[in-house]
Design a protein around this ligand. Structure first.
Ligand code: 13P
Length: 262
């Protein structure tokens, strides 16, 4: 069966990198490359401090703006937190939820992920829900079990209509920032399983329309063959997204694979 037709979705998670001057330079370089990437959906996810600045540069370019996290309450005495309405006001359309670094270093759990997914949807933001197994789980043959648990608890009790606004990102922990990318077959096996799981829960329509990204040491080399896989709809890029040339090349490789599909 052919891959469901969707535009390649390429997101750059800048993590905790960038002064305002660096963010401006990086966003401007990506905007300059945008005309060549017109067939793809491009999303930049800078740190909170650079959201407004980057958002200003992206205005009218078609490139989207996203944030790296949000709190589950909409406002109140929660020192240090940022809410969905604040992100929406800053120009965001997307927000990462449950990135493995948040799970690893900041106590994020599937339960807090579910609350944040709800908060994002309530604010009109599309959450990009991240999940993935550790090396230990993979080596113990427990990858699918881990993914299922994260998906079931992290997505909570969303309705079929709500899942249309949610993106998923499979990011095996052992591939993040390690230079070790999952092979296309490894990523496809998990992502096909995820789509199957969505189908069981929400039906065929929402499952085939769902955007499922792969993340974990994505580089220009290798992104063509990853994108060729039926259930890989795009990438969540970390380190390589800090280099405008590499980020644009990843999008170009996905577009090349996408054009051949047609
Ligand atoms: P790297 O591409 O640096 O491995 O990071 C992946 C990631 O965590 C994207 O969210």
């Amino acid at each position: 069966m052919a891959k469901a037709r969707k535009r390649p979705f390429i997101a750059g998670n800048w993590k905790m990198h960038g002064t305002l001057a660096e963010a401006r330079a990086l966003a401007s370089a990506i905007v300059a490359a945008a005309p060549e990437l017109a067939g793809a959906d491009i999303l930049l996810i800078p740190p909170f401090t650079a959201l407004t600045e980057v958002g200003g540069l992206l205005a009218g370019t078609g490139i989207g703006l996203g944030a790296q996290d949000l709190f589950w309450e909409d406002g109140g005495a929660f020192t240090g937190q940022i809410s969905g309405p604040m992100l929406k006001d800053a120009g965001c359309r997307f927000v990462l939820v449950g990135h493995s670094e948040r799970r690893q270093y900041f106590g994020e759990t599937d339960e807090t992920v579910a609350r944040k997914v709800r908060a994002a949807l309530r604010s009109g933001l599309s959450p990009i829900v991240c999940f993935g197994e550790t090396l230990e789980a993979r080596e113990a043959g427990r990858t699918i079990e881990r993914i299922d648990a994260q998906l079931d608890r992290g997505l909570g009790d969303l309705a079929a209509g709500e899942i249309a606004s949610v993106l998923l990102a499979y990011e095996p922990v052992w591939a993040i920032g390690t230079g070790r990318t999952a092979t296309p077959a490894q990523a496809e096996e998990v992502q096909a399983h995820i789509r199957g799981r969505l189908e069981e829960k929400y039906g065929n329509g929402p499952a085939s329309c769902a955007i499922i990204l792969y993340g974990g040491s994505v580089k220009p080399s290798g992104s063509y063959s990853l994108f060729k896989e039926k259930n890989i709809d795009g990438f969540l890029v970390g380190g390589a997204s800090l280099d405008a040339g590499a980020f644009a090349a990843i999008a170009a490789e996905a577009l090349r694979a996408d054009r051949e599909e047609k």
